[in-house]
Design a protein around this ligand. Structure first.
Ligand code: MTE
Ligand code: MO
Length: 310
């Protein structure tokens, strides 16, 4: 399947971003406007587009995190995650496969075709970033096993190590969650070429707070689906549970596709606060259907009631 580069290629994203920024500034200067940007609807659109395409600064993406194993505050993971041991590290592929396998992280890194792609990350809490990931398509890793026809879903599991993850040991820090954190995808979602296993970002290896040594990235779904520090990938017959379904299934469904028309029971999903780098790239933008990846993924949900399957 063809992936359009204008949307996903890291360098192209940067170029568009800079050009748009320059153009905006030139137009504003010509008009003698230096501060007020909200008066022309067309320019607001350009501004929205600019925000959506700006790459979030690295220091924001590595210090404003959700990784409850290290605490519930956004600043906790970057402070606490250094205790996680990411070597040696093994990943098991289990369940409905002809032969279960265990892979070493360094073998994976050597054998997988590593690519770079910028994706938008939209948290269910209505903030978003745009992150240049490094990694490989999950389908390339799943090629290492022969999947049985009985497999319909994939379950993912984060490492369980209370001595390394303070929130797993202390429920007052980790939020009384049943660890290990688990997530799931339908098999076709897992095999979709957009679905990545990230091993790095910003051209470097992943930091622990971002899910080292490898984490899932599913750009058209809310961020909580992008499970971090994975040790097991299990092919299963039935729709698996996820940590957030266990916690509050009426608020967080299995699909969790980004959808500006289906609101969280306690807040709107119609807008998001984009975390950019400059004054121009901060602030509210409209949330896009499937987080802007509608063309690439909507066919997987043909005929499905997205209100019911939220
Ligand atoms: N194991 C685990 N994975 C997790 C989480 C978590 O708490 N534990 N938080 C999720 C949520 S809610 C979001 S928004 C993203 C945040 O990823 P980032 O911190 O790299 O931006 O990670 C997801 N993966
Ligand atoms: Mo999130």
């Amino acid at each position: 399947m063809l992936i359009k580069n204008y949307k996903f290629d890291v360098d192209k994203t940067k170029t568009t971003d800079e050009n748009l920024y320059k153009k905006r500034r030139e137009i504003l200067k010509l008009m003698g406007i230096t501060s007020s940007i909200a008066i022309f609807p067309n320019m607001l659109n350009a501004n929205d587009k600019y925000k959506l395409e700006t790459i979030t600064p690295e220091n924001k993406a590595t210090t404003y995190n959700n990784f409850y194993e290290f605490g519930l505050d956004k600043s906790d993971p970057s402070r606490n995650a250094h205790t996680l041991k990411t070597r040696p590290w093994q990943v098991k592929i289990t369940g409905e496969v002809d032969k279960e396998i265990t892979l070493d992280i360094d073998t994976i890194l050597k054998e997988m075709p590593i690519i770079e792609r910028a994706y938008r990350l939209r948290c269910v809490e209505a903030w978003s970033m745009n992150i240049p990931w490094r990694g490989f398509e999950l389908n390339k890793l799943l090629n290492k096993v022969k999947i049985k026809s009985s497999a319909k879903f994939v379950q993912f599991k984060t490492k369980y190590a209370p001595n390394e993850m303070i929130g797993q040991k202390n429920p007052y820090i980790g939020g009384f969650i049943k660890y290990p954190y688990i997530e799931g995808l339908r098999l076709d979602e897992a095999l979709n070429p957009l679905t990545l296993i990230a091993t790095g970002m910003y051209g470097k290896d992943l930091q622990n707070q971002n899910g080292a040594p490898l984490r899932l990235v599913v750009p058209w779904k809310y961020g909580f689906k992008s499970i971090k520090s994975i040790v097991e990938i299990k092919l299963v017959e039935k729709m698996p549970e996820s940590t957030w379904m266990q916690l509050q299934g009426d608020e967080y469904g299995f699909y969790a596709n980004v959808n500006p028309n289906v609101h969280h029971p306690r807040w709107s999903q119609g807008e998001e606060r984009f975390i950019g780098g400059s004054f121009f790239s901060f602030g509210k933008v409209k949330t896009l259907m499937f987080n802007g990846y509608e063309e690439e993924v909507s066919n997987m949900y043909n005929g499905m009631d997205l209100v019911k399957f939220f």
